[in-house]
Design a protein. Structure first.
Length: 572
């Protein structure tokens, strides 16, 4: 255990070299300065505060890794808190999915699981305190009128006609709001701050609205609910958070966050904003993701084309790859767009180290090796992972009839086509050299079978006479092949920026019609019949794949997580 005093930040405490310390991101620098000055009595306490109104996406993963990672780095504490202040959009399903996603990423909040709804009684009492101090009032304007009175960036707002109500009247009306006396939307409780402020968030923001909706935790106890901006800072305060880390869109909300805490005289955490994650070829708005689900453009929140954490997990991403991607993206104060290739590369690099190599033929073409003994089965040695000697090897059956990829044969092939064509010789991975002697086609002229011969002296892929072949292809024994459905995924959107549209079209017009290709008659080496969920496999020369949750006994279903880089696809 680290025994350095909490106010001292040195190499032993942070686990960093001096070179690494010089490249601290700006939030780490703030925390280290706070630790040195003992601003929070040497504490670091962060939280991740999702609203349970949808599934988490890769942008949330960045926030989770940052909030929880900072606490771990500085021997601090972190909470998981659900800001469940809008029962009309929140569901237990979302709570459960969020917890599963955070755990999958590798973080354990132990017993520190909280809900804003845990604090509804205290938030109500604090609202009464602000009314009694003349800092809040009940307003009769509806939503449209409040927006109209609010003003613009260049024009000040106008006082509500109800801004001058007495403390006694406001207390009475607020209690009656709580008791359910008034219809939805008829009244709000607003903070009394400054209708001429240059910051629109300080122009008497709404604190409570009437919403007679069943809450997934508190049931029908409440018919008024606090607004996010009101509940958020006070929830942080109650949990004694030290560093309230959020994305840049909340930067203009910080003065309001501080105003509530300071007006109530309670613990006031330090809000720090960083740039949110934006990725090419996708959308990162929960509203838009929900629309994709409801409108049937995807199969659900966990569709492997979605940027949700559950979608990435189902597609075959690993938590290690996601965490590494978030680390590489870094923490800045400047909004930008990250190329999705960076996410894909993080997965390739992770799976390259861990994934078992297997042979799978996605578009099978039958090959008969005419001079190979009928009925003979050889068990050939195949390497599981050339990056990991400890992964060992496996046996792959070889027989007279095999499947190869349809694209590995071509009529009248050009000189630089190093695969099969009549009269050409190739190497079968782990097996022999074969030469194509005959092509069989159907009535439509489609190739349906190849006839080949093999050189029995080339077992293992080497010729004793020293002759070389430039092409190596994978294969699967017809007799032993496992059949499978394989789903090939591409980007969900056809353009890097889904909002790049013409005329009256909207972002949906850029949905990629070829984002999913389903192959139903793939042939896999027999070892994949025992594939396990959550395990990544490299289909040689094709990409990285994982078993999909749709599989069942007798029906294998695999998703392509990511393709191979061209250089990695070459079999040596």
């Amino acid at each position: 255990m680290n025994t350095a005093p909490p106010n001292r930040v040195d190499d032993a405490q942070t686990g960093e070299s001096r070179d690494e310390k010089r490249s601290l991101n700006f939030i780490e620098q703030i925390i280290e300065d706070d630790l040195k000055s003992r601003k929070w009595d040497g504490r670091v306490h962060t939280r991740f505060p999702p609203e349970p109104n949808g599934y988490l996406h890769i942008g949330h993963a960045k926030s989770i890794c940052l909030n929880f990672g900072l606490a771990e780095k500085y021997n601090g504490t972190y909470n998981l808190r659900f800001d469940d202040t809008n029962p009309a959009k929140e569901e237990q399903e979302y709570v459960d999915s969020i917890k599963a996603d955070v755990r999958w990423l590798g973080f354990d909040w132990e017993d520190r699981e909280f809900f804003a709804s845990d604090y509804f009684d205290q938030l109500y009492d604090w609202a009464v305190q602000l009314i009694e101090a003349g800092k809040a009032y009940v307003c009769d304007l509806d939503g449209e009128q409040i927006r109209e009175y609010r003003g613009t960036l260049t024009e000040p707002g106008k006082d509500s006609p109800n801004r001058g109500r007495s403390v006694e009247e406001n207390l009475d009306l607020f209690k009656r709001m709580r008791d359910g006396e008034f219809p939805d939307g008829s009244r709000t409780l607003r903070a009394k701050i400054d209708m001429s402020s240059s910051n629109l968030n300080l122009r008497d923001p709404v604190m409570y609205r009437i919403l007679k909706a069943h809450h997934h935790r508190t049931g029908d106890k409440w018919c008024i609910y606090p607004m996010y901006d009101y509940a958020h800072g006070q929830s942080d305060s109650l949990e004694r958070i030290t560093h309230s880390i959020c994305t840049l869109e909340f930067e203009n909300h910080r003065p309001l966050y501080d105003w509530f805490c300071q007006s109530l005289g309670i613990h006031n955490p330090q809000q720090i904003e960083f740039s949110r994650l934006n990725l090419t070829y996708t959308v990162m708005s929960k509203r838009r993701l929900l629309e994709l689900v409801k409108e049937g453009h995807v199969s659900g929140w966990n569709d492997p084309r979605m940027p949700t954490i559950s979608g990435l997990r189902r597609r075959g991403y690993t938590p290690e790859a996601v965490r590494e991607f978030c680390r590489r993206v870094g923490v800045t104060k400047f909004d930008g767009v990250t190329d999705i290739v960076q996410l894909e590369n993080a997965l390739r690099e992770d799976l390259n180290e861990r994934a078992t190599r297997v042979m799978a033929v996605l578009r099978p073409l039958k090959v008969v090796i005419e001079n190979y003994p009928e009925g003979q089965v050889e068990e050939l040695e195949a390497i599981n992972n050339p990056q990991d000697e400890s992964a060992g090897s496996r046996k792959v059956p070889f027989t007279r009839e095999i499947y190869i990829e349809r694209d590995d044969y071509m009529d009248d092939a050009p000189k630089k086509f190093f695969r099969l064509s009549v009269g050409r010789e190739v190497r079968l991975r782990y097996a022999y050299f074969i030469t194509c002697t005959e092509v069989i086609k159907d009535e439509a002229g489609e190739v349906v079978e190849l006839r080949c011969t093999y050189d029995p002296e080339t077992k293992g892929g080497n010729a004793p006479d020293g002759r070389k072949v430039k092409g190596t292809i994978h294969w699967v024994s017809v007799e032993h092949a496992a059949s499978a459905e394989v789903r090939l995924y591409d980007h969900l959107f056809a353009k890097e920026d889904p909002d790049d549209v013409e005329g009256d079209a909207d972002w949906r017009s850029n949905l990629n019609p070829n984002s999913l290709e389903t192959l139903t008659d793939c042939k896999l080496e027999p070892s994949l019949a025992e594939a396990e969920l959550g395990v990544g496999y490299q289909f040689e020369r094709t990409g990285y794949f994982c078993l999909d949750k749709d599989f069942r006994p007798g029906k294998l279903v695999f998703n392509r997580a990511v393709s191979l880089r061209d250089t990695w696809a070459k079999v040596k």
